[in-house]
Ligand binder design. Sequence first.
Ligand SMILES: *Cc1c(COP(=O)(O)O)cnc(C)c1O
Length: 425
Amino acid sequence: MESTIETFDFIELERHHGAHDYHPIPVVLERGEGVFLWDVEGKKYYDFLSAYSAVNQGHCHPRIVKALQDQAQILTLTSRAFHNNKLGAYMKYVTEYFGFERLLPSNTGAEAVEAAIKIARKWGYTKKNIPENKAEIIVCKQNFHGRTSTIISFSSDHDSRQHFGPHATGFISIPYNDITALESVLQNHSNVAGFLVEPIQGEAGVFTPDPDFIKKARALCSKYNVLLMADEIQTGIGRTGALLAVCGNCDCTGHCERQEDTYSRPDILILGKAISGGAFPVSAVLCDAHIMDVIQPGQHGSTFGGNPMACTVAMEALQVIRDEKLTQNARRLGNRFRTAMQNYIDNSSIVLSVRGRGLLNAIVINDSEESKTAWNICLKLKENGLLAKPTHGNIIRFAPPLVMTEAQLDDCIAIITTTLSEFES
Ligand SMILES: *Cc1c(COP(=O)(O)O)cnc(C)c1O
């Protein structure tokens, strides 16, 4: 009987029994390997979303799967009421990997952003002497930092906010990539604890700021004694052709003496998604001791945070990034992808532009935000064997796993350009 269940039936099951909080591309996936996914009808696809950049290491990476399986047979969860024998080694490994003194373990991206906000506020009260309940955090318009009630309070997206109030206060919103606006807020507000920013705005449509935006923001934060809080949940861990997007043009795999002129070191670094290679929910906040140590026992916590499964899987996933030189591969393939897309765009009326860094890219479709063109292109891409999703009505993000080969990328470029040409007028 099961064998007669097909795509439509799976989708109906979800529709009948689940919350309607997503509008997925109508494909039902059952298997993944490397850059490929297979649906329940046996059709094979290139994955060009990578679970929003969580699967940088490719689907079901054998080393990550083995780490997960091995640890699952030994110990899965103790809670932080007791120590476990993986957490310390994990904290040492990750802090050395990214060059910070302390790590706070958590599970989802939004949870790590929440923790970072708490740390910044408490730092503001105890180290900067901000009057109690007056701390402010600067954020950017069009941001995406997750879906909790505090985080959506400073979203500029109507659907994310409407009817979910009353909204949390203490946030000041400035336009993205606007260093003048940042300086003006810093000049006029003495109670600012942090500036929370994505080095590239992923969900907004891969908005890539001026090359010196983060560097200038770093300098301003230092000048005004404000914490630079980098949300690298989507941009981090090799995705943009650097270990972190804040590394700029530094070509290291995470073990360099970072050069002042390329690396803008955040005070607080927020990671999630690819830190586990998509095998387990893992996120983290990283900063130095003089900031992290404002949090004392009883002031923060998470039952699953720092569990031995998460620690083991994340260490292996980060080691895979380094061993397989995925950062360098993302940089090389990203350049190849944008060059090919630009060549196509030069003779196109349906695509306006391509932008991005490394393998975090997007194309802008020549139609309105409200149009269905990008969605229809994604449906056609699916038919042609490639899975991508619009971030907005007229923007399609392209973010394949970083384990892709050059030949596979060329294959994908052919699928994308052939599909786009069907939409040219
Ligand atoms: C995905 C994402 C988040 C939220 O992560 P979740 O695991 O979905 O809670 C936060 N910030 C950025 C930049 C993201 O891309």
